[in-house]
Design a protein around this ligand. Sequence first.
Ligand code: AMP
Ligand code: MG
Length: 390
Amino acid sequence: MISVSEARAALLQLISVTEIEQVPLAEANGRILAQPVSAVRDQPPFSASAMDGYAVKRDEVELHAMFQVIGEAAAGHRFEGRLKAGQAVRIFTGAPVPDGADFVVIQEDVDRRKDLITILDQPGASDNIRPRGGDFTIGQTVNAPRPLRPSDVALLAAMNIPKVPVYRRPVVALISTGDELVMPGGTPGPDQIIASNTFGLKAMLEEFGAEVRILPIAKDSDTSLKMAFSLARDVDLVVTIGGASVGDHDLVAKVSADLGMERSFYKVAMRPGKPLMAGRMGKATMVGLPGNPVSAMVCGHIFLRPMIQSMLGFEAQEESLQTATLTHDLAANGPREHYMRATVAAGEITVSPRQDSALLTILADANALLVLPPHAPAQRCGDTLHYLPI
Ligand code: AMP
Ligand code: MG
């Protein structure tokens, strides 16, 4: 058995970064920027008014000063002339500031009679002008890799970048194995249960940035499993669920070996999730997850997440653990790293008394996995421990 961090390192050896593709800006949200992109213009491209008011010369601004209004500048329509002493141009937010003007008196501070304005309130210190390039200038870059959020998409749009280089989403095929499994919405026989892991993992992997295909459930037979694998050609990652243990009906190791899987490792010193295997299978990477629902989901967090992130061009990082204070005593750990379902609130962590890896209700109520290293001694109420937020 290898340790969790050895397994993670071995998994990262099995994958490579996906290619770069160009996507339209409107589809870029949530994707990973793959190359730096640069602004092809200044923003704003001219000095622009930040308010509705009157453009004047700053030197002439004082209480009771009067100006003659000689024209108008609106957003999209500049005033073509040049402002001279004693003159003002009616101006609106987003309009270019006319030549000769360097101050905008807001309209609330002004009294207007025909074409004459008088400053009635002391204007503030702000010139109410957004300088050219005040947001960004030509050549300013957004660095990669970077997950694109809605605000990034707005920035790239303003930079006039209509297509964005992003990493192709890794394609993952999920194969549930087991004669007992029926798809949600199906009609289970008396000895059957609903396949849940596939759906939990699909949701999780999509959050990590993958494109996920759920393949038909494989029965516990060589032929059925081979058939499922044959549908998973051309994907980046094949993930099987269940059948990875050493029972008579656990066929994943045997069948994947028959199909030429070069196994990297089998079994990890962790709870839950021990019977985990991985290797190369043709062009794809294959990971065999244990079938117990909580085990499969925990392995998704611990192993599949760094794999997907690495395929998306991110430096593989150790999971970022946080700390909280234990609200009760906790027994010593055995030889395997234990990821215990727990709840964190206001800096305090409470471990669920029920840790059976089949209990999805407990997992759904948990917001943390308390991480106990192998052979960790007994912990006391008030001790500070590490956890992974989930
Ligand atoms: P296995 O690893 O195949 O021995 O499965 C371990 C346990 O997980 C068994 O109780 C299976 O019924 C259950 N199991 C396996 N695959 C799934 C799945 N896709 N969804 C829900 N439970 C599963
Ligand atoms: Mg099974």
